[in-house]
Design a protein around this ligand. Structure first.
Ligand SMILES: C[S@@+](CC[C@H](N)C(=O)[O-])C[C@H]1O[C@@H](n2cnc3c(N)ncnc32)[C@H](O)[C@@H]1O
Length: 265
């Protein structure tokens, strides 16, 4: 059987989440040559499928997309000393970010305790915390010079989004960068007219996804934004340096924010 055929077979089994599936998953992880990697159920939660090849590919692409976005505003991974991955899940993006910024102290946080337990046990050189659904995080003000949140604000409701923006502002040092991604127009332009109008009208729309409860309980709602809303609202917390449509993993918009010198943006 080819590795590809084996991977497909494993995926079918892994969906049952039974022991044979888990053993086969470990075998398939070995075949990638990139072990340790998180087990199928954890990959599924952040990735929508347990597929290993696309998990690795998307993680690598997202890290490169962060690097590209930083370069757009004249910044580089190499200059950051303390990096926070907010909503790191099982480390899909943090693993390749670590390779791009080997000198930085990397911190991951998420409300998914199982994902964080896996990261803490398997990703040396980074520190991890489990956070609650609402702020605060257990860090001193101004601790980080780069904070990023990939596909996290895409799941927060409006009030929670503002509380987390205020908290991430507190944690980012003056002149530091916050990079977040949102579901911008590339994600909703093709919707039926009444639904895309609903996003346009208020600038933000929360959509419940009950089916996601089954395999991604922390992502059971999706949030959609307009560019105008993001720039107007997020500039209450940070200086908006740039807004890059579909610049994260070819579909999410990237918002590049800089912490001002004072508590005001
Ligand atoms: C789609 S996954 C993306 C995970 C990771 N950033 C990546 O790209 O692989 C969304 C993540 O956000 C996390 N999350 C959602 N709300 C959160 C919150 N209030 N605080 C921390 N993490 C949160 C979820 O647990 C999940 O791991």
């Amino acid at each position: 059987m080819t590795p590809q055929g084996l991977a497909e077979w494993y995926q079918a089994l892994a969906k049952t989440m039974l022991l044979p599936g888990a053993l086969l998953d470990q075998f398939a992880i070995g075949l990638t040559g990139r072990a340790p990697l998180p087990p199928a159920p954890l990959r599924w939660r952040v990735h929508g499928t347990p597929d290993l090849a696309s998990f690795l590919e998307v993680g690598d692409r997202c890290a490169q997309d962060i690097a590209k976005a930083l370069r757009q505003v004249g910044r580089d991974f190499a200059e950051f000393r303390r990096i926070l991955d907010f909503g790191c899940g099982c480390g899909r993006v943090l693993m390749p970010v670590r390779r791009l910024a080997p000198a930085a102290q990397c911190q991951g946080t998420d409300l998914d305790g199982e994902a964080i337990a896996w990261c803490a046990a398997n990703l040396p050189g980074c520190e991890f915390t489990v956070n609650g659904p609402e702020p605060p995080l257990p860090f001193d003000a101004g601790r980080f010079d780069l904070v990023y949140a990939i596909s996290v604000f895409t799941h927060l409701d409006e009030a929670s989004q503002f509380r987390w923006l205020a908290e991430l502002q507190r944690l980012t040092q003056p002149g530091g960068i916050l990079l977040v991604t949102v579901h911008g127009s590339a994600c909703w332009n093709g919707w039926p007219r009444d639904q895309s109008e609903a996003v346009r009208r208020k600038g933000i729309l929360l959509v419940q996804e009950p089916v996601m409860e089954v395999f991604a309980p922390y992502c059971a709602q999706n949030t959609y934004h307009t560019r105008e809303y993001v720039i107007e609202q997020y500039s209450r917390y940070f200086r908006v340096l740039d807004y890059l449509p579909a610049a994260m993993n070819r579909h999410q918009d990237v918002v590049l924010l800089e912490r001002g010198a004072s508590t005001a943006a």
